[in-house]
Design a binder for this molecule. Structure first.
Ligand code: NIG
Ligand code: FE
Length: 434
């Protein structure tokens, strides 16, 4: 199917020449006024201005099946959510209430709640139950504009259940009705299970799980929660080192509540993204900056403002990171305990009001930079000929409206691999209730 999107008041391309977008270039989103995009099958065939379009049409004479008039609308790349925990069972709204009543995340975890309560529910769920619940969440991501989503294991915490989670991620990745791209990450080191010692669990991860995950091609990345009461820098050395031996690239959870050397440990082991960073020290920002100055492949800072909002903890130092030239990305960290929202637009709003990022910086943080962090920048994250047609059409006159008109969803259409899905539509309820 070939689609032409025409007359858009703005086509935001995010097609940076040098990736990832960092420092001043983090704001270079590339806007084509009165722009058009032609989609041919699953790919983008053309993006440009009206006069460029005329030239393209007379030269190429493509057959067009759908003409989409985007007058007064904004066209941009689909969002890439590079940090989520969308495969889980049950929910934790009771804990949310406990926190509102004054208990901290740590107090709840110490009394048997937290990650452990989701582990119990995952262990008691079949693969099919997990897949069905997760698919419904994928639809929510999609409804708010996310077309690629990373997903982590980490609620199994034993061999059988970690592999079960990864099989669900892979099953959904191979096939889901929206054609969403899913990137699986092995997060066995999310927490220490109650039934064995930490040393034995690390041994299980390194000796059994990593070879099995890599051998079965079940994950592309390996992750660890470096935090007081979970795993420390030394544990990270063992686990990430072993993961890398098996071709799993690290992306890590660091500096969420306490700064305990996560930056150095992660960088030493080749982490592609350092995520959370709510309490990151200035000296670690310097470390990350100088690491990137020498590195061919840059390490991104993955900021998760939904966690700060939901848990009432500090926001990550976005301004300092951007000003230091560190490429920043924003993700939902969607999970039942610290950020229960699939909505990337909500994170964009928080990034602006709470982390003082500009509309342009935010846009590169949810498109091309997370695509880069997932190693997918050649295929997704921008609107350029040859790339996969993952495109959003917003019914707003300017891209600045996404954060300005907060708390509502102005998405009109999501195009995934060239297939258009209408989002905003009032349809009468029929007898069958659908
Ligand atoms: O990214 N920080 C650790 N892991 C999750 C929270 C998991 C949970 O509470 O279930 C996070 O915030
Ligand atoms: Fe997380």
């Amino acid at each position: 199917m070939n689609i032409i999107i025409r007359n858009a008041s703005q086509v935001v391309t995010c097609s940076g020449r040098s990736l990832p977008m960092a420092g001043k270039a983090q704001s270079e989103i590339g806007v084509i006024l009165n722009g058009s995009v032609i989609i041919s099958g699953e790919k983008i065939a053309f993006a440009g201005s009206e006069s460029e379009l005329m030239a393209f049409l007379s030269e190429e004479k493509p057959e067009i099946d759908i003409e989409y008039d985007a007058e007064n609308k904004v066209v941009m790349p689909g969002f890439v959510d590079s940090h989520t925990h969308f495969v889980f069972a049950g929910s934790r709204e009771d804990e949310y209430e406990m926190r509102l009543a004054g208990k901290s995340y740590k107090e709840i975890a110490d009394s048997g709640g937290g990650i452990w309560s989701t582990v119990m529910q995952v262990r008691n769920s079949s693969e099919e139950e997990l897949a069905v619940a997760s698919l419904r969440r994928l639809e929510k991501f999609f409804q708010y504009g996310t077309t690629t989503v990373e997903g982590k294991s980490g609620y199994g915490l034993d061999a059988g259940n970690e592999l079960k989670m990864l099989r669900v991620l892979n099953l959904l990745s191979q096939e889901n009705p929206l054609g969403m791209d899913i990137v699986p990450t092995f997060l066995g080191a999310h927490s220490v299970p109650k039934e064995i010692s930490k040393a034995d669990y690390i041994e299980l991860i390194c000796r059994d799980l990593i070879p099995e995950v890599a051998g079965g091609n079940l994950a592309r990345y390996i992750d660890i929660f470096i935090e007081e009461g979970y795993f420390d820098a030394e544990d990270a050395g063992r686990i990430l080192g072993k993961g890398r031996e098996y071709g799993l690239k690290p992306r890590t959870h660091i500096d969420q509540f306490n700064s305990i050397g996560g930056t150095k440990a992660s960088l030493t082991h080749g982490a592609v993204s350092l995520d959370h960073l709510e309490v990151m020290a200035d000296s670690d920002i310097g470390l990350l900056r100088s690491h990137n100055e020498k590195a061919e492949r840059k390490t991104t800072a993955g900021l998760l403002p939904g966690v700060s909002y939901f848990l009432g903890i500090p926001y990550a130092p976005a301004r300092k990171l951007i000003d230091a030239g560190v490429p920043v990305l924003i993700a939902t960290d969607f999970n039942p305990g610290s950020s229960m929202s699939e909505n990337m637009q909500m994170m964009m709003s928080l990034a602006s009001t709470q982390m003082k990022m500009s509309a342009e910086e935010i846009i590169t943080s949810v498109t091309i930079n997370p695509a880069y962090s997932l190693g997918l920048e050649d295929r997704i994250g921008s609107i350029e000929p040859g790339k996969q047609a993952d495109i959003l059409v917003f019914d707003i006159p300017s891209y600045k409206y996404i954060i300005y008109n907060f708390g509502v969803n102005n998405l009109e259409c999501v195009i995934k691999k060239g297939r258009p899905f209408r989002i905003s539509e009032f349809a009468p309820l029929t007898n069958s209730g659908t």
